[in-house]
Write a protein that binds this ligand. Structure first.
Ligand SMILES: Nc1ncnc2c1ncn2[C@@H]1O[C@H](COP(=O)(O)OP(=O)(O)OP(=O)(O)O)[C@@H](O)[C@H]1O
Ligand SMILES: Nc1nc2c(ncn2[C@@H]2O[C@H](COP(=O)(O)O)[C@@H](O)[C@H]2O)c(=O)[nH]1
Length: 592
């Protein structure tokens, strides 16, 4: 027997039976209620999560492991399915060919294997052994056929069937995850009906857990996993004698996907900012059933924008576009961010718009934050036209100067993508006014600049860092400092106040970096300081005079928003040991 075939601690291996073997009502190795409840040893055992695709096994497993990596490890399976863009070989799966898989079956490498939804999946002896030998609970995420085979293998562990509240919920989750096409979802859902019927196979499962509310499900699973951690067997009687399954028709996935995509943004809840009452109602066709919070939320909370039609096509949430482009658009080093969430403020135009586009095209989930709902809707249409899956895009109407609106943003993100939080924050929103001289300036303009450029940046940062702390997951914060954080180009004309706010952003960026280092957190902090960029900045500074931009940007070829977005992408693509602290970039012809 080769190394791969040696018996893992606590695992008695019987040769893997092909998963197509007829299921047994009393599988070998299944524990009777008496024997299982008495089973106890100091050694952690396996925790086998079974259930239809999309029910949340992976989400629950990840949460368990993130919460206590010293107690739980994952059995990384082999598969012949292609990796999704955000997946890593050796972390999510070992990706292999059919030929290699067949060869390794012959070599007795697998504890179990099965064809699932058209691909081969298998649990190797080594995958389970390595985790158990490290003294941790080994979490397996396998299908029903795999569970039957595992029972036969004699693996010591607790088997939990995770069920969805309904097929419709399951369909919604699969569509929302966005990693499969409509056809693939239909196939997985069709299989789900049969998989759910396995609940009634005597002795197959120890627990039935309905993953309705994720937090509740986590609480129950944590308690079950705690037993596995100390080698205790399952409690008796945790699977009902007989579960009556309603013969519900399969949801129409294509229709549901369209509806789901429309609802997704709105279902996060929230009302339009108090300062923008006219924008409270979605301009797009209202979703069929808006979440109650949408109409009853307190005035001051951010509001997601309703999504337009998405042609019913679900493409990879993690990086459909990158996949379509064969990863061409993705800068080297950026792969680590695929499927992660970036929040961009000031997303309705210029640098913010271009940054949202670059991030989404490279496979990130993007939360676009701005005050102007019509512009966010336009950005959403633009994203759709660019081929960005709308499941990856969350536009939110929010005024970053309003504390209560900012505070709701992490919640909106968590509602939309339950297993996620903001990983990357781009504090881009900033503005200037041309009536802010220090001799005779308009105090309202000072307040506006201070609130947006300084306090808005700080409030956004605080909200996101606190959420990162809660999740123990630290990403990257990039502040748009601007060249005005480094020098005063138009002091005699009264530009001093604006520059003061920008040099405050520069100092805050360094302060944040030092706080992160002081707290030994892996958060990375960067600043970007572009000179003249051709954006609406100048029109805003001139209180809406569109000609002001032309005047300010016609002397020479200015930077374009995409140039700055490129700098953002570069900051994010640098290796983990490298933190870009400030990028100063001017148009070549700009003097000061
Ligand atoms: N309780 C829940 N409520 C709402 N959404 C959920 C819940 N649990 C998980 N989800 C979401 O459902 C989607 C599918 O979850 P996940 O990928 O964990 O399923 P899975 O069972 O591991 O699927 P597969 O077997 O295909 O790997 C994810 O987008 C996840 O965020
Ligand atoms: N029998 C096994 N099933 C497995 C294994 N690894 C994963 N799976 C199941 O396959 C489906 C699809 O997974 P996906 O990653 O393509 O969405 C899912 O239900 C998994 O539980 C395995 O090693 N053996």
């Amino acid at each position: 027997m080769g190394a791969e075939q040696s018996v893992p601690a606590g695992v008695e291996v019987q040769p893997a039976a092909p998963a197509t073997a007829a299921p047994s009502n009393q599988p070998d190795g299944a524990q009777t209620e008496e024997s299982s409840s008495q089973q106890s040893s100091a050694m952690p055992s396996a925790l086998v999560l079974v259930g239809p695709s999309g029910v949340g096994k992976g989400t629950l497993a990840k949460r368990l492991m993130d919460g206590a990596p010293e107690r739980f490890g994952f059995s990384v399976s082999h598969t012949t399915r292609a990796p999704r863009p955000n997946e890593q070989h050796g972390v999510h799966y070992y990706y292999t060919t059919k030929e290699q898989f067949a060869k390794e079956i012959g070599e007795g490498k697998f504890l179990e294997y099965a064809e699932v939804h058209g691909n081969l999946y298998g649990t190797s002896v080594a995958a389970v052994r390595d985790v158990l030998e490290s003294g941790r609970v080994c979490i397996l995420d396998i299908d029903v056929q795999g569970a039957r085979a595992m029972r036969k293998s004699g693996l010591k562990g607790i088997f939990v069937f995770i069920a969805p509240p309904s097929l419709e919920d399951l369909a919604n989750r699969l569509a929302g995850r966005g990693t499969e096409t409509v056809e693939q979802i239909t196939r997985r859902l069709h299989n789900a009906k049969q998989e759910i019927e396995s609940i009634n196979e005597k002795g197959l499962y120890d627990y039935l857990l309905i993953n309705d509310d994720l937090e509740e499900a986590m609480k129950r699973l944590t308690a079950i996993a705690g037993r596995a951690a100390v080698g205790l067997g399952p409690e008796p009687g945790m699977v009902p004698e007989r579960v009556v399954l309603e013969d519900a028709p399969l949801p129409d996935i294509r229709a549901l996907t369209e509806q789901q995509q429309q609802q997704a943004a709105a279902s996060a809840g929230g009302a339009a900012p108090a300062s923008q009452p006219a924008e409270a109602a979605p301009a797009q066709a209202a979703p069929a059933a808006p979440a109650p919070e949408a109409s009853h939320a307190p005035e001051a909370s951010a509001a997601p924008v309703a999504a337009p039609q998405a042609n019913g096509v679900v493409v990879s949430a993690a990086s459909a576009v990158a996949e379509q482009q064969g990863m061409e658009g993705v800068p080297p080093g950026f792969e680590k961010w695929q499927g992660k969430v970036a929040l961009v403020t000031g997303a309705s135009s210029g640098i913010g718009w271009a940054t949202c586009e670059a991030l989404a095209l490279a496979g990130m989930r993007v939360v676009a934050v701005a005050r102007r709902k019509d512009r966010l809707e336009e950005l959403q249409r633009h994203m759709h036209a660019m081929g960005v899956p709308l499941v990856n895009f969350l536009p939110v109407v929010c005024d970053i100067t309003k504390e209560a609106e900012v505070a709701t943003l992490p919640k909106i993100v968590a509602k939309r993508w339950p297993e996620c939080g903001v990983d990357v924050l781009i504090n881009n929103a900033g503005m200037s006014r041309n009536d802010a001289s220090l001799f005779e300036g308009n105090i309202g303009s000072w307040v506006e600049m201070l609130s947006t450029n300084v306090l808005g940046t700080c409030m956004m940062t605080r909200a996101v860092v606190q959420d990162m702390k809660r999740r123990s997951s630290y990403g990257h914060i990039i502040n748009m400092i601007g060249l005005s954080g480094h020098r005063i180009p138009d002091g005699p004309q009264g530009g001093g106040f604006y520059c003061a706010t920008k040099s405050a952003v520069k100092t805050i960026t360094e302060g944040l970096r030092q706080e992160a280092r002081g707290a030994k957190l892996p958060l990375r902090v960067s600043g970007i300081s572009p000179g003249v960029v051709e954006t609406e900045f100048f029109a805003v500074r001139a209180f809406g005079d569109a000609d002001a931009t032309r005047k300010a940007t016609s002397a020479f070829k200015c930077l374009q928003p995409v140039d700055v977005a490129d700098a953002v992408m570069w900051c994010l693509s640098c290796p983990d040991h490298m933190e870009v602290n400030d990028i100063v970039v001017r148009p070549t012809e700009q003097l000061i």
